[in-house]
Design a protein around this ligand. Sequence first.
Ligand SMILES: Cc1cc2nc3c(=O)[nH]c(=O)nc-3n(C[C@H](O)[C@H](O)[C@H](O)COP(=O)(O)OP(=O)(O)OC[C@H]3O[C@@H](n4cnc5c(N)ncnc54)[C@H](O)[C@@H]3O)c2cc1C
Length: 444
Amino acid sequence: MGAAETAVDVVVIGAGFAGLVAARELGRAGHEVLVIEARDRVGGRTWTDRRLGHDLELGGTWVHWVQPHTWAEMTRYGREIVRSPAVEEAYWLGAGDEPRRGGLEDFMALIEDGQQRIVDDVRDAIPRGVDPTTGAIRSLDALSIQDRFDEIEMSDEARSANESVWVGHVNAPLDQVGLSSALRWTAATGGHWQLMHEASATYRVVGGMSAWTARIAEDVPGGIRLNTLVTAVSEEDGLAVVETEGGERITARRVISTLPVNAISGIRFDPPLPEAWHRASSETVASQGTKVWVKVRGSIPRFFAYASQRHPISVLKSEYPGTDPDGSEHTVLVGFGPDHTRVDVTDLAAVQAAVDALRPGLEVLEATAHDWMKDPLSRNTWMTHRPGQLTRDLRDLQEPSGLVHFATTDNANLWGGFIDGAIESGLREARRVGDSLTAARTER
Ligand SMILES: Cc1cc2nc3c(=O)[nH]c(=O)nc-3n(C[C@H](O)[C@H](O)[C@H](O)COP(=O)(O)OP(=O)(O)OC[C@H]3O[C@@H](n4cnc5c(N)ncnc54)[C@H](O)[C@@H]3O)c2cc1C
């Protein structure tokens, strides 16, 4: 080994939830672990940042007690939840895209039939949420969410509303997203779409995601090397060799990659990645949308608004009331759209037009976002599969390849795409790597 080399038991690439949890578990089991993270912070696709006068979650935000891996970590770190504001008004589009206003119960009555029929066969499709590739899903996986909507008779008004609700869930045009996402997440909530909605967008973590991931990072023995981009992983003399952009070589007995499917091509693997990884990363998963934060003038009734999947912002809701230093009041809204290229937060006139389309009468003051799709370290928001990808690839993506293991929410069973899935995958691969290191020691 050359002088510039470091040797450890396990290198974990990436300090998002999957990497932090995997490294903590392995470290606590007595293995020497080094976490290498390209960003200047931990947390990956969760990130709390001070913007528009508030601590905003630019990535993952909402958690729920029906997400078992998330909730175990919440308990472990003493995290509390706070409810995002309950709404007083609902907005949606009527005939000719005319904005309509009503109460929560009016909107729920409008979408109820469509939401139920999208997932009516969930019990047959995925009888056990923890096993999302077993059941009738095998024959349904070729369908997109749009295919399913197109089979259902409904008014234009109900269609726009129902479709935007699903854009809010899957962050992409519905014809590009597998029906599998709707079915697997509803299976994770026992078949109840209302609970699935609550689980995915209701309760925030008090103190923010970044404070939570910083706390997990404190429990990673050996620490975390930030600002270090991994460029290559190869194998030499029965060891993995991890190379960084700075020219460092780190040898390890095992490597855990936590890179999302869409970003894994940023690392050169030799031997090359297994076929499933190669195929999925060249195809990319379906997520391609945006999450934007918008500050508007005044204190306004708490609302949510749904446009259609044709609109740059399909879903908008009030999240934080606030007061500026000069005493004037404002409200910060959070919005979601299916295509990240269609909302430019630096163009306030465009943001104003996008807001006007679904919630008229507001004055946009500022807007901000992080473009996770352009970010080379993610190229992905929250993972949703394209039609066919779930049953074709999931099992293969979970398998180690030589000395390299893969932990990412993108290959989780239960809440794939969510924070819960990241934690599940981190726990799974920590166990497998620990077992294989112990077995190798026993053999010697
Ligand atoms: C806008 C948005 C909203 C979301 N909303 C929710 C929500 O409300 N609830 C929910 O549960 N989930 C939500 N999610 C999803 C959730 O944030 C992710 O599923 C989860 O954080 C993924 O964790 P991970 O560890 O699998 O991946 P990541 O967090 O992506 O971690 C991978 C890490 O690897 C690092 N990395 C990448 N390439 C390299 C390299 N070459 N060298 C070194 N390091 C590298 C990255 O910087 C990153 O830190 C949302 C995500 C986004 C983007």
